[in-house]
Structure formats: C-alpha cells, structure tokens
Design a protein around this ligand. Structure first.
Ligand SMILES: [Zn+2]
Length: 451
C-alpha cells in the first residue's frame, strides 16, 4: 500500500523498491504496505485485561523496547533522507556532480544517467548506517535471522534495481521539466500514471530477486484444499496456481502474507513462517483477509487514489521548488537550462527535495487510507471464515496475537505514532475489534456476505 508516498529518490523508484523489498528492514515500516496483512501492534498484557492482545512478561518488555527504537528510527530515517538531499544542495555537491558528469560524455542523456546514478549511489550510502543499525536491532531481537553477508547482498541488489529503474525514470522526468518548463508538473503526473500501473504489475516478477518462491500446493496440498473452501465462500477467482509460498524464514521469524500484482501477475503469497507456525484455521483467516483486498479492489483503488493525490502533490511541489530555485538557486550553484534552473540536473534534485518533504509530511494521509483498507479486509476475513471455522472471533484474535508476538509489535502505541506511522491499525485495535465483531449473534449477517 505504498503508492501515495513519494519519498526520497524518485516516486516510482521508491514505489517499486518499497514494494519489491518487503521487509528488508522489517521494523522500520519502510517496506510492505501493498503487501497487505502485516505490521500492526499489540496491547499491554497485565495493564488492561480487557485487551484482546497480550504478551508474556518477557516478550512484553522486549516489544516495548524494540518499538521505541523502531519509532525513533522511523522518524530519524525519514528526516535523514530529506537532510541528506538538503546537505547535497547547500554544499553545492550536486552542482559539482553536475559539472563532473558533463565531462564524462558529450551525449546529454549519458551525462544525465551518470549524474542520477551517482546521486542514487550517494543517497544509498548515506542511508546505509541507519539501515545497518535497524538490521542490527532486528537481529539482536531475533526478528531477523539473516547473516550480514546476505544482508549486504540484498542492499547491493536493491541498489542495482534502483539504478536500473530509478536513474532512467529520473532522467525522463528531468527531460519533461526542460521540455515543458511551465506545466512540467502535469507532464510528470501523466508520465507517473502508467508507471504506477506498470510497477504494480512488475513487482511480483522482481520479488524473486530477494526471496525464493514456490507454488503453495507443492508442499501444502492439504492446506490449499482448505483454502479452497474459503475461495468457494468468497466466490473469487484465486486458483491454486496463483497461490505462492515465500521462503521468508531464511531472513525473518515474523509472520506475513500479502496480495500483489495486477492482471496476469496478480497473486496471493504466504510466508513460510506463517505456514510453519500458524494453525490452519488462522491461515484461513489470513487468507480471508487477503481475499478481502482482492474482492474490494484495494490495489486498483490505491493506484487511482495515488493518481489523484499525486496530481496535487506535484502541483504544490512545483510551486515550492520554483520558490527554492528563486531563493537559493545561485547560492546552491544550480545549473541553468534556457534560464530555467529546475530543468538542470542539480535543479531537478531541488524539485526532488520538495517532493521528499511533501512525501514525509503526507505520510499520515496515505497511512490513514491504508488503515481503512486494512480494517475492511479484517472484517472481510472474519466474515469469510464464518461457517468454516468453529469460532471466527477466537480464530482472528488468536491470529493477531501470533502476528504481534512474531514481530514484537508495539504493545500499546501512542495515538500519534499509530496515526503517523502505522499503515495497519495497531494489533490492539484489530484484536479488540475482532473479539467483539459477531453480527451473526443477533441473527444478522456480515457487511460483505449475505449469511
Ligand atoms: Zn491487509
């Protein structure tokens, strides 16, 4: 669910990477989102006995401790990306980089590719210490079980993808600014639309760069047969050949599942940590939740919502960037193309700076939409297993407890943290809702099913 966010590098590149590398940095919430059934957080065990989510005292202390670190890293990481870009501008490092790239080749597009590739490398290196620290924390709490060699290899692969997709996209957007100096933001918006669709489509095809996948049926035929009972109730079209098992256990101990892709690449993916540790009934609930994302068309809705949101974001950022260029252009040594500094390469990164700021500030907005969709999927999931498992409430509450415990999710997040940072409702919220959701008790029916 990461579409609306337009953070550090290029919009689309970020979208792609954020989706492509689910849980590379597990606690930092930089990753999944599209990728549905994750995150979320728990509630204090002893403190409030009415909470449907609880942890053993030992796990509770750990969850509180790691959550503090994750929350700090979330804001530090978000702001750090903006600060790095700002530092590159004020120190004229980007202006020097631009001059250097011009000496590389006489071809302008080669200069541009070299410039943006170099920028992406610098940006990646700048965030590496924070990423390393987050990984160190996740490893010390045994959420991550990945060796450092594998982790470094993943960082290299992520950088490779960002160079492959990000540098050409930045070059293309930069070209649009020069081509239509006045209304370029509209041109960039138009160019973003197919990229949103394309990146969603391509994502599942890129995911195997980071994880091994196999058909779920291969080693879990009995489970697939049970899932088919939920498929029969929902009436949706997820044939077994669209169900995959992801070998996440090589890297994580946390439980997860997600839906991704569009059209021919649309699929349901279950992490092997979930199949190994969750009882079948709870897997059915997870599957029901993910089916909800399918049935309620959350992926196309997110693309559409992002398109609408980005229209205004680009428009506002164009104004902000124009002001930055007027006010600081000469001090930052921004280049000029036909008297337009934003069309230069260093100037274009001033525009990217504006977009990064907007992305950070608008994070709560996209997360609020995401939490709404997740809540809908929770309701759908619970209704989908009605009549299939003995007690949907009990199953859902138990699954949320397993989920929260597996990631050591925040037992009692502050409302501010939940509002700003959480792309799923907290586990406390989810479990408490599940515990009390029983429309059949009074002879009624669910929101999404007739019985
Ligand atoms: Zn979900």
């Amino acid at each position: 669910m990461t579409f609306a966010r337009c953070s550090f590098f290029a919009i689309c590149f970020t979208i792609l990477l954020a989706c492509v590398a689910p849980r590379i940095v597990p606690g930092s919430h930089v990753a999944p989102r599209i990728v549905a059934a994750q995150t979320a957080a728990p509630a204090p065990a002893a403190a409030n006995s009415r909470n449907a989510y609880s942890l053993s005292p030992g796990k509770l202390a750990k969850a509180i401790a790691i959550s503090r670190i994750r929350n700090i890293m979330y804001f530090v990481g978000g702001l750090w990306g903006i600060v790095v870009l700002w530092l590159l501008l004020v120190t004229r490092a980007l202006a020097h980089l631009e001059v250097w790239a011009q000496g590389i080749s006489a071809r302008r597009w080669v200069q541009g590719l070299v410039f943006f590739a170099a920028f992406l490398v610098i940006a990646t290196l700048a965030s590496l210490p924070l990423d390393w620290f987050s990984q160190h924390v996740e490893k010390s709490y045994e959420i991550s079980v990945q060796g450092w060699g594998g982790w470094i290899a993943d960082q290299g692969k992520a950088l490779g993808l960002s160079l492959l997709f990000g540098a050409p996209i930045l070059l293309f957007f930069n070209w649009i600014v020069g081509r239509w100096p006045r209304r370029y933001w509209f041109g960039i918006w138009v160019a973003t639309l197919p990229l949103l669709v394309l990146s969603t489509f391509v994502l599942p095809l890129v995911a195997p760069v980071f994880y091994k996948f196999e058909p779920l049926e291969k080693n879990h035929a009995a489970l697939v047969a049970k899932l088919e009972t939920v498929v029969a109730r929902t009436g949706i079209d997820i044939p077994p050949n669209r169900m995959y098992l992801m070998k996440a256990s090589e890297k994580y101990t946390g439980i997860n599942a997600y839906v991704a892709g569009l059209g021919a690449t649309k699929r349901y993916v279950m992490w092997d940590t979930a199949t190994d540790r969750l009882p079948d009934d709870e897997i059915l609930f997870v599957f029901g939740h993910e089916s909800g994302h399918y049935v309620l068309h959350h992926i196309p809705k997110l693309i559409a919502g992002s398109a609408i949101g980005l229209f205004f974001v680009y428009w506002a950022c164009a104004g902000f960037a124009a002001w930055l260029a007027r006010r600081f252009g000469s001090r930052w040594g921004l280049g000029q193309v036909d008297g337009n500094s934003l069309a230069s390469r260093s100037g274009f990164l001033a525009l990217l700076f504006a977009i990064s700021v907007a992305g950070f500030v608008l994070e709560p907005a996209s997360n609020t939409v995401s939490r709404y969709f997740e809540h809908q999927a929770d309701i759908y999931g619970q209704e989908a297993i009605h009549g299939i498992v003995p007690d949907p409430r009990k199953t859902a509450v138990s699954e949320f407890n397993h989920l929260g415990e597996s990631w050591l999710e925040d037992p009692n997040p502050s409302p501010f943290i939940e509002f700003w940072e959480y792309d799923h409702p907290s586990i406390k919220t989810r479990a408490n809702f599940a515990l009390h959701y029983d429309p059949w008790a009074i002879g009624g029916h669910g929101e999404f099913f007739d019985k």
